[in-house]
Design a protein around this ligand. Sequence first.
Ligand code: NAP
Ligand code: F7E
Length: 328
Amino acid sequence: MARALITGITGQDGLYLSELLLSKGYEVYGLIRGQNNPKLDLVRETVPDVKLVTGDLTDLSSLLRALQVAQPDEVYNLGAISFVAYSWENATLTSDVTGKGVLNILEAVRLYSNDDPSKVRFYQASSSEMFGKVQEVPQRESTLLWPRSPYGVAKVFGHYMTINYRESYGMHASSGILFNHESPRRGPEFVTRKVTQAVARIKLGLQDDLVLGNLDAKRDWGFAGDYVEAMWLMLQQPEADDYVVATGETHSIRDLLDHAFAHVGIEDWSGYVKQDPRFMRPAEVELLIGDPAKAHEKLGWERKVDFPGLVGMMVENDLREQSGHAGR
Ligand code: NAP
Ligand code: F7E
């Protein structure tokens, strides 16, 4: 039975990846941080077969201990401070966790493997935020990186550190440059979930309006359940490599609003949406659109859920969740 250790087990991707690996017969270990993590119950309910080990990406010896307990064949490093807007207010912490945390786990894997590069395969959760002020459209593996936030800068450090461990120690270390991926499990601080939750609440009469920042930014949005399959596929390849995972389509926040409101029968959302500079970013990533050709050709990866399907799935989920509140 293959064994995997996942950092970021309490997050959106950690839950989907756990489900995928369990369905393939893996023994799955999840790294969980904190003395009394508020998401512990969620993980236990969603993926009861995952075994939890305590640890933190900023604490190298806790990572070594977790590796000794899990004895993994594959390590998926999904743990990070992942909210871009928050990263300006907490730049040092973001650098420590999202950047230096990658070095800590790579070093822990190297020490645990006793310099045997065939012992553990490693996945790093890199991000399209590394492209930032994009230097090429669409963005591919070779596109010059130009990050625009402390989060993006920290991810660039982790990306190059992953490549460096592959080149220096022969480690099977792959970096997945994933574009935005969303789901009903997405945190409510991200724009897709903020919109679908608000649309459901407006439809149910629980909320009057929705306050957002920049409506003109464009993102390449896919479904998280599809993207974790690409992570797994990367670690099944004979050679480690870097891959863009994206849909190849881009949509503005306005398009997202069109689809989400239309799903509940509201064609003109202008009276419900307000803008506030509080939600504008000091440096915006205006346009992201990825070229997933390499992932298609080498991994055989294809997305299954399209943009209208994704938005519809999220609105339906939020209508179900919020109708509980409406009934009270
Ligand atoms: P998420 O829902 O925000 O989850 C982040 C996870 O990181 C949580 O489990 C969190 O645990 C954990 N974490 C935070 N600080 C940690 C620390 N000091 N030590 C160990 N774990 C820590 O993120 P996601 O959407 O699932 O994304 C997974 C990964 O992919 C992240 O690295 C993210 O940056 C990257 N990524 C995401 C996207 C996307 O669109 N979703 C795109 C590209 C890359 P707690 O519950 O303890 O806070
Ligand atoms: O913002 C705009 C905002 O916070 C998307 C993370 O998973 O994907 C995610 O990062 C866009 C930006 O995601 C609001 O200015 C407008 O242009 O949903 P987001 P993100 O910053 O793209 C990447 C790939 C990651 O790696 C990250 O970890 O939406 N926007 N108004 C808003 N965004 C938010 N959050 N809230 C608003 O009110």
